[in-house]
Design a binder for this molecule. Structure first.
Ligand code: ADP
Length: 666
């Protein structure tokens, strides 16, 4: 029978798996696949949208850049740049740059050589031209004196006389540059005549008062004198900073030379002034203008070098200088990226994120971030740079697909969990059913066994009485009592089994009627007392009087009490004391049965009310796990409850709690 049930349940599980679980999983798989397909489709759409936006943005950027370059060069061409004074040119360019932030480094080309920013140092200046440019009369006198002093110093090697001559030059009322020249020679002569203190003083004056002026070899006095003075770190650092920030208009050659003498003061990098020389070198190495250029026309040329490349725009210098001159600038990429790009993006209302990505050089392409990112080239203006477009943060695409994905995976997990739970419940049900079957078969043998003992006793004493005549009265009474007791036990046992059978078949009915519980309890105890006495138990009873009325079924209550008393006797161990109390508390009537026996371990306390359940160490006492199940059933039918207070070795206290009827006012 048990094996048959097992097979039936196994088959049920198999049918469940095949008919429900598998189709559900297949449906889930198809669903996920379709979400995936939807995601791919949205991605493809998104990428093409991004590409469209990118192309729109690229053409707007090319257009705006060219427009701005045009405006800038038009204005630059109107400025007079024919001077040979680098500082003048630089100031003009700085002014232009303020008006046209698109311009980074300006440049002037002559033929194929770079005139500005100067790469090479021009040949040393002639003293005559240098001196006459200011005041010819004073200049003439100065030149005569200076030449004489120079002759004394360099040819005749008479530094004392030379010093006097230079001093006279110095004292002439001439331009500052001539004074500085004389002073620098004086300083040299002070050294020669062994007056280092005076030399030091002269160099310091040169450094402090004439630092921005240039000597005949185009060296600023600050640097020329600075190198002669004692090299303190502070002075060194100051000169370095001045150089890097462009205090002096120097050639690339000079910058290199001075930097090599000042290195170590501060790291070079990020200096605009130094950057222009790097650009000038790239220009000279790589700039090739092809074809004729008409005046007023603007051309573009992408140049390799620097941090990835330079984009230059250039035009013809206005006529008048004879040689072909080109004027141009390299786009200020930082400004372009940080100002123009966002401006154009805003004008076209492009919501996507846009960043410029360099294809080579130190700032070159970072790794791609998302699969939906799209690179857009700008070949017309920046061949060395790409725009990279990625979906705007929080864009609906990711939200909807992600939400769809989450909902789907969430429900998948949920459904799978439900399916697994179904399998678990089914399996548990099967094992519980087979366990119950086991219990049932044990129950049958237990009941048969329990029936046997009283029947045997009854038959034994019945036969004894009928066969033997000469028993004394006392013995005879004893035999009758045993027969009555065993018959009662038998009745009780059969009552139990019958009640259980009725409960199982759903036919058990209770006949509730209002009354005093005390009477039924007293009657039941009275009948049981004798039995307890025979077993050597002492029963203490404490029944409160005037209890509130309760609706109850007297037979059922009596049976519940008997079951509890039976257990108290069975599980009392060495103790022989049983207490019964009946009292009212908070609108309830409580019937309590207490023993001092083996008790029930905490984790078993609730299980003892299940049908056929028996605590393992109490099982040896006989019984079949029905008593407490019936008690609970009875209490449920009365709308009451059963409480248990017990611990291993501490005895047990079972309380039947009946709801009392509200008392009527009389
Ligand atoms: P049984 O017929 O086995 O006594 P019950 O349903 O009456 O069945 O009791 C279930 C189990 O609860 C018993 O096997 C026993 O281990 C435990 N139990 C019941 N009453 C007591 C008690 N008063 N003291 C200790 N254990 C008890």
């Amino acid at each position: 029978m048990v094996a048959l049930r097992h097979i039936v349940y196994r088959r049920a599980i198999r049918i469940y798996v095949v008919a429900i679980v598998l189709p559900a999983l297949v449906l889930l798989y198809l669903g996920l696949k379709s979400v995936q397909r939807q995601r791919d489709a949205i991605n493809a759409l998104l990428v093409s949208n991004l590409r469209l936006s990118g192309e729109k943005l690229a053409s707007e950027l090319e257009h705006r850049t060219a427009q701005l370059a045009d405006a800038c060069l038009r204005e630059a061409a109107a400025v007079n740049l024919r001077t040979s004074d680098g500082r003048q040119i630089r100031l003009q360019f700085e002014r232009l740059r303020e008006q046209h932030p698109i311009a980074g480094y300006f440049f002037l080309l002559e033929g194929n050589s770079v005139r500005y920013p100067a790469l090479r140092t021009p040949p040393p200046r002639q003293l005559e031209a240098y001196a006459m440019s200011e005041d010819p009369a004073a200049g003439k006198k100065y030149v005569a004196l200076f030449r004489e002093a120079e002759d004394q110093e360099l040819r005749l090697d008479r530094p004392e006389q030379a010093l006097a001559g230079y001093r006279r030059c110095y004292e002439l009322p001439t331009a500052a540059s001539l004074k500085a020249l004389a002073l620098s020679r004086m300083a040299r002569c002070f050294r020669k005549v062994g007056r280092p203190g005076a030399a030091e003083q002269a160099y310091r004056t040169l450094l402090e008062n004439y630092g921005d002026l240039f000597d005949l070899s185009h060296r600023p006095y600050a640097l020329a004198a600075g190198f002669e003075l004692e090299q303190t770190p502070a002075r060194h650092a100051q000169l370095y900073r001045d150089l890097v920030r462009g205090r002096w208009e120097l050639s690339a050659e000079q910058v290199n030379y001075f930097l090599s003498r000042l290195v170590g003061s501060e790291p070079v990098g990020g200096s605009d002034y130094l950057g222009q020389f790097e650009f000038a070198r790239a220009l000279e190495a790589g700039f090739r203008h092809r074809g004729p250029l008409r005046s007023g026309e603007v051309s573009a040329y992408a140049l390799a070098g620097g941090q990835g490349g330079y984009q230059t725009y250039y035009t013809l210098l206005p006529a008048g200088a004879g040689r072909d001159g080109l004027l141009g600038f390299a786009v200020n990429l930082k400004w372009w990226e940080q100002s123009l790009l966002p401006q154009c993006r805003a004008r076209l209302a492009i919501k996507e994120e846009v960043v410029a990505v360099w294809k080579s050089g130190p700032g070159a392409a970072p790794p791609r971030r998302a699969d939906a990112e799209v690179p857009v080239a700008l070949p017309g203006i920046f061949p060395f740079l790409d725009l990279s477009l990625s979906p705007a943060p929080g864009a609906t695409w990711s939200d909807t697909t992600r939400r769809g994905f989450l909902v789907y995976t969430g429900s998948t997990v949920l459904i799978v969990a439900v399916l697994i739970m179904g399998i678990l419940l089914l399996t548990r049900d099967v094992s519980r059913e087979s366990q119950l079957n086991q219990f049932r078969s044990d129950f049958v043998s237990a009941v048969s066994h329990e029936l046997k003992t009283p029947l045997t006793l009854i038959r034994l004493y019945g036969e004894t009485l009928s066969e033997g005549e000469g028993f004394p009265d006392e013995d005879r009474r004893g035999f009758y009592q045993i027969i009555t007791r065993e018959a009662e036990r038998l009745t009780h046992l059969i009552d139990k089994v019958l009640t259980f059978a009725r409960i199982e078949s759903g036919q058990k009915q209770y006949h509730l009627q209002e009354g005093d519980l005390g009477l039924v309890v007293a009657r039941t105890l009275e009948a049981y007392r004798q039995y307890l006495k025979q077993l050597g138990f002492s029963l203490t009873v404490d029944l409160a009087a005037d209890l509130p009325l309760v609706r109850f079924d007297p037979d059922a209550v009596s049976q519940a009490l008997l079951n509890l008393l039976d257990n108290a006797v069975k599980y009392s161990g060495d103790s022989t004391e049983v207490n019964v109390r009946l009292r009212a508390l908070d609108g309830k009537v409580i019937l309590e049965v207490e023993d001092h026996g083996i008790g029930i371990p905490p984790k078993e306390r609730q299980k003892v009310f299940e049908q056929f359940y028996r605590v393992s160490d109490g099982a040896a006492k006989g019984g079949y796990g029905l008593g407490l199940f019936l008690v609970r059933h009875i209490m449920d039918a009365h709308g009451g409850s059963i409480e248990i207070e017990s611990g291993r070795g501490e005895g047990s206290r079972f309380r039947l709690v009946f709801p009392a009827l509200p008392e009527l006012m009389t």
